[in-house]
Ligand binder design. Structure first.
Ligand code: MF3
Ligand code: CO
Ligand code: CO
Length: 296
């Protein structure tokens, strides 16, 4: 097992979890510190580390989300509407004893986000008919027994253009490159760095306004997980952290607009945008995905 080093400032809370400052507590004691990592991460970062029971609950939620995606893959085709996808995801989720997390979340009106072509994210299902050549991001979040799992992927309808193939491949690989950085000893910044370095080298751009997030018994928890950044910066990754990585990658520039519905984010230059998302837990030597749509 890799040795984990956490930098503790003299004025930081002591890693032993006493609630005292490090300089007034374990610093001078010269003995190894018994680290209450869960206590430390809560106090220092407001991150809730997950225990084994939590992880099992999250995995069950994740299995349902993956199964829902597999069924969407089967029904998606030219001629259906984005509302048809919403109806399917809603009914399948409820039938399986779960709750679609998007519905009424901060006023969001539907049970799934469906983002077509130049829509970056948070597309609201409606009367739009899918056409041959479209790329469609379907973002599904389900709550099962109180645990949230969140995953998305971008699908082709019919025959994709060269641009469509390119942006979907780069977005998918961006998620893979980001997740490759997930192991104790690395930081949140390493994830964003790997994604940004790769996507920009491919001539694409990374959306900055929307980021990955901790997840558990709430939809969006700490930490924030940007898809850009610097190596070695940000929160050190430790086992039991559960968060999403969900890079939104544009074929053109990174600028976006939000439509009048207050949700739909579109590329400012009208270029295609694609996204892939998984919910993962940091393990002793890497990560495990709750929603292995792309990995695993
Ligand atoms: N699933 C999105 C995410 O990955 C959040 C959607 S919020 C909603 O974080 F309200 F639009 F559903
Ligand atoms: Co998410
Ligand atoms: Co999502």
């Amino acid at each position: 097992m890799k040795k984990l080093t956490i930098k503790v400032g003299r004025n930081d809370l002591c890693p032993c979890g006493s609630g005292e400052k490090f300089k007034k507590c374990c610093e001078g004691k010269g003995a190894p510190i018994a680290v209450d990592l869960a206590g430390l991460y809560w106090k220092k970062y407001r991150i809730r580390l997950k225990n084994q029971a939590d992880i099992e609950g999250l995995k069950k939620a994740g299995e349902l989300v993956v199964e829902t995606h597999r069924r969407v893959e089967d029904i998606i085709r030219a001629g259906i509407t984005t509302n048809d996808i919403n109806a399917f995801v809603h009914d399948f989720t409820v039938k399986n004893g779960a709750v679609p997390a998007p519905l009424n979340y901060k006023g969001y009106p539907k049970s799934v986000c469906v983002s077509v072509n130049s829509v970056i994210c948070h597309g609201i299902p409606g009367d739009q008919v899918l056409e041959d050549g479209d790329i469609v991001n379907v973002d599904i979040t389900s709550i099962l027994d109180g645990y949230y799992a969140d995953a998305n992927q971008t699908l082709f309808v019919g025959t994709p253009s060269d641009g469509a193939k390119k942006i979907v491949a780069v977005a998918r690989e961006s998620l893979v490159r980001g997740l490759e950085m997930v192991k104790p000893g690395n930081t949140i910044g390493d994830i964003g760095w790997a994604i940004q370095t790769y996507a920009e080298a491919e001539g694409c751009s990374v959306v900055k306004e929307f980021i990955g997030h901790g997840i558990g018994r709430d939809f969006h928890e700490e930490p924030q997980v940007p898809h850009f950044g610097k190596r070695g910066k940000g929160v050190p990754l430790v086992p039991g952290m559960v968060f999403t990585v969900e890079p939104m990658i544009n074929l053109g520039g990174p600028k976006l607009y939000i439509l009048d519905d207050q949700w739909t984010a579109v590329t400012a230059d009208g270029s295609l945008s694609a996204q892939f998302e998984e919910t993962i837990v940091v393990t002793e030597d890497g990560f495990e995905s709750m929603t292995p749509l792309v990995t695993g």
